[in-house]
Ligand binder design. Structure first.
Ligand code: PGA
Length: 251
């Protein structure tokens, strides 16, 4: 099955409204010429209204950086799926390594977020990744399997476009150290097999699995050349219009 690549930018806790508006506008031409690709940006929640306004009518998809499971309620500091949808978001990152490691979000919480996002019609981008120590000890696949299986407990999806996976080795995020294309491809094949096991073969062959971790314009083509890498999740290089445009128009 032919999978439509997704190039996603995670702006993390950066920019102000003036810079965010400008960056969003500057990305429109690259996204428009991306053809058969999806381009998504995930600004911080406070910047979503200006960015939504800036990209209105363009091909750029908006995403949240995290999402709560409940539609509303006493959840201080959280953003509900309905709030993201109201601002035009179609996707939301869940389980990003910074959420897991700085804010101690565990698999149970990630499972709840995922389930809530799906229920409300947002497409979750489930982020997974091993720490350097785990890779050194040969535990990469074991850790990833645990993360994937626990995130997907009691979750069912009707088609492969309802969920996106992002493999982001923790040791490659913001470090300038990218996984080799072989390391990434090997993990993506493994994750796709697991998805087949958890759901079914049709979903496994259609689901998009992104790579993230220090993706730069120079590393893009080699990553995208791999059969099972269906796009990228970019942090640092997504904050600059020129580098993210190059990433989008890598070919
Ligand atoms: P990076 O971040 O591209 O700066 O490594 C990736 C991410 O955190 O999603």
């Amino acid at each position: 099955m032919k999978r439509r690549p997704l190039i996603a930018g995670n702006w993390k806790m950066h920019l102000d409204s003036v810079k965010a508006r400008q960056l969003a506008r500057d990305l429109i031409p690259a996204a428009a010429s991306a053809g058969n690709y999806d381009v998504m940006i995930a600004p911080s929640p406070t910047l979503l209204p200006v960015v939504a306004e800036a990209v209105r009518g363009s091909t750029i998809i908006l995403g949240g950086q995290n999402v709560c499971w409940a539609a509303q309620g006493a959840f201080t500091g959280e953003t509900s799926p309905a709030m993201l949808l109201e601002l035009g978001c179609r996707m939301a990152l869940i389980g990003h390594s910074e959420r897991r490691h700085i804010f101690a979000e565990d698999d149970r919480l990630i499972n709840k977020r995922l389930s809530g996002a799906l229920e409300h019609g947002l497409i979750p981008i489930l982020c997974l990744g091993e720490m350097l120590e785990a890779r050194r000890q040969g535990l990469t696949f074991k850790i990833l399997e645990e993360q994937l299986r626990s995130a997907l407990i009691n979750i069912s999806i009707t088609s492969s476009d309802k969920l996106i996976i992002a493999y982001e080795p923790v040791w490659a995020i913001g470090t300038g150290q990218t996984a080799t294309t072989e390391q990434a491809q090997e993990v993506h094949v493994f994750l796709r097999q697991l998805i087949g096991d958890i759901f079914d073969k049709t979903i496994a062959s259609g689901i998009r699995i992104l790579y993230g971790g220090s993706v730069k314009p120079e590393t893009m083509a080699a990553l995208m050349y791999q059969n099972d890498i269906d796009g990228v999740l970019v942090g640092g290089a997504a904050l600059n219009a020129e580098s993210f445009s190059k990433i989008i128009n890598y070919s």
